[in-house]
Ligand binder design. Structure first.
Ligand SMILES: [Zn+2]
Length: 197
């Protein structure tokens, strides 16, 4: 019995790694061009509706709409937040492996719905671990951003993103995006550390 459980867990882990690599390939394939923000090459992917760091490619990606919508300082704050994720590259890889929804990959690769029963079923079990892990990563990335003088700007831009993409009801926000802490919690966390400048 024990052996069967170990085999199932290992088999599932293999599926996650293969799927994760496939999504990495999908993300790279969706890149249309690149720009420099804070001296960093940032790769543009139309339609991802976010800025994100990917631990496998070690690159930062952003929706080109963001370049139009947000000013230079706001974009720089997003890059510093993503650089904060890079500081914990391995931890982030573990989170993204377990957080199999891989929101961005899902937006790019429409066919991934085939994987939903495989991925979301066990994710109900891993959510209790993954959500706190994910929130911890976000607070740490915010902290890194704040240490570079962009804390206040980051909160401002996240508020704009949330107001455009999520309903105003906090419970619905948490339900639709459980992997990021609510923006007010992020603001308080930065303020406590004196990084909300
Ligand atoms: Zn983040």
């Amino acid at each position: 019995m024990k052996k069967i459980i170990i085999k199932i867990v290992l088999g599932y882990l293999v599926i996650l790694i293969v799927y994760n690599l496939y999504l990495t390939y999908t993300i790279e394939r969706a890149v249309t061009s690149q720009i420099k923000i804070c001296g960093e090459a940032v790769y543009l992917i139309p339609g991802i509706k976010t800025a994100m760091y990917h631990s496998v490619t070690n690159r930062i990606y952003i929706d080109p709409e963001f370049i139009k919508k947000y000013d230079t300082k706001e974009l720089e704050s997003l890059v510093w937040h993503e650089r904060g994720h890079r500081e914990r590259r391995f931890q982030l890889y573990v989170v993204s492996l377990l957080n199999t929804s891989l929101e961005v990959g899902g937006k790019i690769e429409k066919q991934s719905f085939i994987m939903i029963p495989f991925l979301y079923g066990p994710q109900i079990i891993t959510a209790a671990v993954v959500i706190p892990m994910s929130h911890y990563q976000e607070f740490k990335a915010d902290e890194f951003c704040g240490q570079h003088g962009y804390g206040g700007t980051l909160i401002k831009v996240i508020k704009k993103i949330v107001s455009e993409q999520l309903p105003s009801n906090l419970l619905l926000q948490v339900a639709l995006d459980p992997f990021h802490p609510p923006v007010d919690a992020r603001k308080i966390a930065l303020n406590v550390k004196g990084l909300l400048k």
